[in-house]
Write a protein that binds this ligand. Structure first.
Ligand code: B4P
Length: 190
């Protein structure tokens, strides 16, 4: 199985690159952001709770996202592999994911980190906010909060995989196709 963690700050291109990767490698795409937005769209209790936090740029509790990922792994038992997009975002989530995969006789193959500076991230998210309809992209203060959450709680997850010799860094700035070529190069080298 090929299990890829696509890692990076909000707006670093995880969603953009995931769309291209699933086509090329036939992997199942698991985006906790998309799963949460689907809960919001359906108006579930979980979605209503998550929306309050997401609209403020805060992370949703670990137990909520861990549960969603566990359900999705169970629902895709014959998958060739998974792209984890936007998950894990805390060390507790990374530990939970390791345990979940271990219980299925599997593990993370690689984490690829898309490196993009905060100025470019702010620019991209505000640009997307103009037509995405996403409340968390529309307000610079909310974007700042998301970047703060990333630097204070999420960035450290890179070290978790670095310690396992699974972290690969790539430049996330530049043409989408060039970033994709760098990403594919990492996967093809496995
Ligand atoms: P996510 O949905 O994961 O969203 P994201 O991090 O903002 O976006 P992504 O990195 O995928 O950016 P994209 O490719 O779209 O999270 C939203 C919220 O959900 C979080 O704030 C949190 O509240 C909650 N949440 C999700 N997962 C969670 C978890 N595990 N635990 C707790 N809470 C969780 O790119 C952005 C823009 O850049 C696009 O407009 C794109 O076109 C553009 N772009 C991409 N690549 C580019 C390039 N190379 N050059 C120029 N522009 C580019």
């Amino acid at each position: 199985m090929l299990n890829l963690v696509l890692f990076g700050a909000p707006g670093s291109g995880k969603g953009t690159q995931s769309k291209k990767l699933i086509e090329k490698y036939q992997l199942i795409h698991l985006s906790t952001g998309d799963l949460l937005r689907s809960e919001i769209a359906q108006g579930t209790e979980l979605g209503l709770e998550a929306k309050k936090l997401m609209d403020m740029g805060q992370l949703v509790p670990d137990a909520v996202v861990n549960g969603m990922i566990s359900n999705k792994l169970d629902a895709n038992k014959s998958a060739k592999g998974f792209i984890f997009d936007g998950f894990p975002r805390t060390v507790a989530q990374a530990e939970a994911l390791d345990q979940l995969l271990k219980s299925k006789g599997s593990s993370i193959s690689v984490m690829v980190k898309l490196n993009v500076d905060d100025e470019e991230l702010m620019h991209r998210l505000l640009l997307r906010g103009k037509d995405s309809g996403r409340p968390d992209d529309a307000n610079p203060e909310v974007i700042k909060k998301r970047l703060h959450e990333y630097h204070s709680k999420t960035e450290i997850v890179g070290d978790f995989y670095k310690d396992q010799n699974k972290l690969k860094n790539i430049n996330g700035i530049g043409d989408v196709e060039d970033v994709f070529a760098a990403l594919s190069g990492v996967i093809d080298s496995l």
